[in-house]
Structures are given as structure tokens and as C-alpha cells.
Design a protein around this ligand. Structure first.
Ligand code: C5P
Length: 232
């Protein structure tokens, strides 16, 4: 699986996302569509971006009973996305059902990755709200191992966890890492960040980059800089 830069298209409308993508002219970045844009515009936004020739990571983080997740994944698979995700907290059986639903009649399927614990969940909220009393890094690695056991392709994790995930789950297990910032850029609300070059060194397979590209004065140049640091 080749390294790539995924641009988080966190826009509120189709109009805004197309205005942004039009700037790239010949280039076709891999784009992430999240809940906000998907819920605002529906599946047609996925079809339209796909028609324009982009690969798509549909970030909807499914978590429900196995049968519902299986059927929903079949719908997402028919949308021809390249990557999608779910919460590992839905159990191994839910993840197995998701894979079944995602697999097309010809045996192909999008890459399926798991969210372990959200980075907005800390040790205190995990213990108090979820009654999980193990250290959070142990929980994250356990969920990653469950995802691997269920047959998933990888996990979303911080770039700081990517090396450990590969140690536990193998080098072939994909790590998709947000929290990327340029060395001379604003970190904004991200707490633990890495540059694209550092993420490459530590072994991330995909970096998800939003505002350093979408809010840049020259988004195409910012994207090219990410590619130069991370992929080339
Ligand atoms: O703008 P920025 O580069 O911070 O965007 C990062 C993207 O990755 C956003 O779409 C954000 O929701 C997502 N993400 C994240 N941290 C996580 C999981 C997802 O920043 N732990």
C-alpha cells in the first residue's frame, strides 16, 4: 500500500468543496469526506467527487449492531469509495460484519480502518464515562489488535502511535494519521502534532491534512509541500 496525502475536505457545502478542488486543475488529491459534508449534501457529493477522478476516504465512523453496519457498509461500497471506517468499540463481530457488507460480488472492497479511542477521549473520561480502567495506550493497542483480528486493514491513530501500531499489528497494517502540521505552521486545536516528514519517518501510511492545506493562502502549493515531504 503506497504512502499518500489525504486532504480533509471539511467544508459545509458542495459549492465550497468544488471551489476548493477546482484550484487543483490537473492534480487529483485523495480527499476525505466527513460527516458534516456528507450529511449536508448526501451520497451525490461522493459520486460527484469520484466522477472528477479523486480517491475518497468516507469518514463516517459507523457503530451499530452488526447487521445494521453490514447493510450500511454494502451501501457505501456501492458508492465506490476507496476507504471508509468504523469504531472498533463496536466489537470484533461488528467489524467482521462490516467487512462482509463491504465486500463486492467480485471480491473487491474499499480499505476498511478502525477508530480506536477518539483523541478527544482522555484517561479520565474513559474511566469515568465508559468505566474502562486500563491505561489508554493499552486500550488503543488492544482495539487495534481486535481490528486486525477481525480482518480490517488498519486504524486511524496519532502519528505518535503509528510505530507502536506497526510493532503490535505488523508493518502491513495501515496507519492513517491526522494531526499533521508544517514545522513553521499554526498547530490550531491539535494537541500532539508531527510534520509530514516526521510522519514519514515514523512509518505512517497515510496522513490526513485539513487546515494546513484548506486554509493556506496557496492550497495547491501547501498540498505539493506535503507530498514532497511525505511521499517523494
Ligand atoms: O484541519 P486538520 O488538519 O486538523 O484536520 C484533521 C482532520 O482529521 C479533521 O477532519 C479531523 O476531524 C480529523 N481527525 C483528527 N483527529 C482524530 C481523528 C480525526 O484531527 N483523532
Amino acid at each position: 500500500m503506497g504512502r499518500d496525502v489525504i486532504v480533509a475536505c471539511d467544508f459545509a457545502s458542495a459549492e465550497d468543496v468544488f471551489k476548493f478542488l477546482d484550484k487543483f486543475e490537473g492534480r487529483k488529491p485523495f480527499v476525505k469526506i466527513g460527516m458534516e459534508l456528507f450529511y449536508a449534501e448526501g451520497p451525490e457529493i461522493v459520486r460527484e467527487i469520484k466522477r472528477r477522478g479523486h480517491k475518497i476516504f468516507l469518514d463516517l465512523k459507523l457503530h451499530d449492531i452488526p447487521n445494521t453496519v453490514k447493510k450500511s457498509m454494502a451501501v457505501l461500497s456501492r458508492l465506490d469509495v476507496d476507504m471508509t471506517n468504523l469504531h472498533a468499540g463496536g466489537t470484533v463481530r461488528m467489524m467482521e460484519a462490516a467487512l462482509e457488507g463491504l465486500t463486492r460480488p467480485d471480491g473487491t472492497r474499499p480499505i476498511l480502518i478502525a477508530v480506536t479511542q477518539l483523541t478527544s477521549t482522555d484517561q479520565e473520561s474513559m474511566e469515568n464515562d465508559l468505566l474502562i480502567r486500563e491505561p489508554i495506550d493499552k486500550v488503543v493497542m488492544h482495539y487495534a489488535a481486535n481490528a486486525k483480528r477481525a480482518g480490517l486493514d488498519g486504524v486511524v491513530c496519532s502519528p505518535l502511535e503509528a510505530g507502536k501500531v506497526h510493532d503490535v499489528c505488523g508493518d502491513g497494517f495501515v496507519t492513517v494519521t491526522p494531526g499533521v502540521r508544517f514545522a513553521d505552521g499554526d498547530i490550531g486545536d491539535q494537541k500532539r502534532v508531527m510534520t509530514p516528514a516526521e510522519a514519514k519517518k515514523i512509518g505512517s501510511d497515510y496522513i490526513v491534512v485539513g487546515r494546513p492545506i484548506t486554509a493556506a493562502a496557496d492550497p495547491v502549493a501547501a498540498y505539493e509541500r506535503c507530498v514532497a515531504e511525505f511521499v517523494d
